[in-house]
Design a protein around this ligand. Structure first.
Ligand SMILES: Cc1cc2nc3c(=O)[nH]c(=O)nc-3n(C[C@H](O)[C@H](O)[C@H](O)COP(=O)(O)OP(=O)(O)OC[C@H]3O[C@@H](n4cnc5c(N)ncnc54)[C@H](O)[C@@H]3O)c2cc1C
Length: 398
């Protein structure tokens, strides 16, 4: 039996837990990341890796921008292929959605996002084989990016390790308990006592938090992606990500002229322990039809690989990041609603600041819109809401 004492144990070695470990160890806190699987075995190893500022509120925009620059620096230092600049285009053939897209343009600009309307001639320079006669409106944010989420997770963990953090994975993790003034975490043959415990367990967080007596309203849901090889695309491929608002299908550049395509949110709950890990035939038909309506060549793409992963929804689509019970220093970072890659770096930095200084009003204010206390301990069931699509109502949001 190995015994260890740490300031913080982070449960979960996905991109959020890995980023948090890095930011905690930068603040000279001793930290162990514990995961019963391998790093990025959950949603982070299955994500598309689009990083965009076309988001839902100003907090998101600031956090995504910071995250992108952090990923850029991490990748530049040791894995340049893990990051590439890629403008993000959203388009529609629906006049009602086009009107909402104009509202979004104004709103996003109000938050300092460099986004502009683009017309068919610009789209043709990005996608020479595209067909845009149905186009009603498109907007593009040119400072966006694509990353390889598993590589970014590995880079964070390597950097955290270099600062003294430990990563324990591949052994069963018992539900932690509180003893005296410390949390006790048992992973395989190791027992770790720590002052602060952080749940960063992605779709598994719902069950884990309930077991810890601090439930949150979280709904795990399945979403799918596929790597496609279009028949006529040049080996350099596309340099731009695109999202069809009418079908909720997106595509981003991949290496060797391929594209990575996916669709949005499945509106029913999934169990991260037993979900269908492969892609459905109906999903592949849906992305082929949707992408084929704008890029006819892509409809007959070869499917190089296809898979599903489980994300975590919250009722208001904002993540849950912050303290759950201050008497025991229990924290959470989850509920990214399918947008956790693009927000993990900045979100983790903010949480690390609060863990380093739990009474700091500034650190708390930096997490105000996402503090879990907004749910007042309620964990009622709810259906996940779509990620990128236009919703009706007084304030249409994407
Ligand atoms: C197909 C797909 C496409 C996506 N595309 C994008 C995208 O383009 N851009 C974007 O921003 N986001 C995207 N996402 C969402 C993104 O993947 C997630 O929001 C993000 O990876 C969540 O990271 P995480 O660290 O919170 O969770 P995860 O990566 O799921 O990590 C959770 C970890 O916790 C571990 N764990 C479970 N139980 C325990 C326990 N008891 N103790 C300790 N550890 C435990 C798991 O083994 C896992 O490794 C996509 C997701 C999918 C599935």
């Amino acid at each position: 039996m190995v015994e260890a004492t740490r300031d913080v144990v982070v449960l979960g070695a996905g991109i959020a837990g890995a980023a948090l470990a890095e930011h905690l160890s930068r603040r000279s806190l001793s930290v162990t990341v514990v995961d019963p699987r391998t790093p990025a075995a959950g949603a982070s190893g299955r994500a598309a890796g689009i990083v965009t500022e076309q988001l839902w509120n100003e907090w998101d925009v600031r956090v995504a921008r910071e995250t992108r620059e952090e990923y850029r620096a991490l990748a530049a230092a040791s894995d340049p292929d893990a990051f590439s600049d890629a403008p993000f285009v959203r388009l529609t053939a629906n006049p009602d959605v086009a009107a909402g897209l104009l509202d979004a343009l104004t709103r996003l600009r109000g938050w300092g996002v460099a986004v502009e309307e683009v017309h068919a001639d610009q789209l043709r320079t990005w996608f020479p084989n595209g067909r845009f006669d149905r186009l009603k409106r498109a907007i593009a944010s040119k400072s966006d990016a694509c990353v390889t989420p598993s590589s970014i997770t590995a880079l964070y963990l390597a950097s955290a390790r270099a600062r003294g953090a430990a990563v324990a994975y591949g052994a069963a993790v018992e539900t932690p308990h509180f003893e005296g003034d410390r949390w006790v975490v048992e992973s395989g043959a190791t027992t770790i006592r720590c002052r602060a415990l952080v749940v960063a367990a992605g779709a598994w967080s719902k069950r884990l938090l309930a077991e810890l007596g601090s439930p949150l309203p979280l709904t795990p849901y399945r979403t799918q992606a596929a790597v496609l090889r279009p028949p006529k695309l040049a080996p350099t491929g596309i340099g731009v990500s695109v999202h069809d608002l009418d079908t909720d299908v997106y595509a981003r550049p991949e290496a060797n002229g391929r594209i990575l395509a996916g669709d949005g949110t499945e509106r029913v709950e999934s169990d991260p322990e037993r979900f269908v890990q492969g892609a459905d035939g109906s999903f592949l038909a849906h992305i082929a039809e949707s992408l084929g309506s704008w890029f006819p060549d892509w409809e007959s793409s070869d499917v190089v690989g296809a898979w599903a992963g489980v994300c975590t929804a919250t009722p208001d689509r904002r993540p849950c990041i912050g303290p759950l019970r201050s008497d025991r220093e229990l924290y959470v970072i989850t509920g990214f609603n399918g947008f956790g890659v693009m927000r993990s770096g900045g979100a983790a930095r903010r949480l690390a600041e609060l863990i380093a200084e739990p009474t700091s009003p500034t650190a708390r204010a930096a997490l105000e819109p996402v503090l879990p206390e907004r749910f007042h301990g309620r964990a009622d069931p709810f259906p996940p809401r779509p990620g990128f699509t236009l919703e009706g109502g007084d304030v249409p949001r994407f």
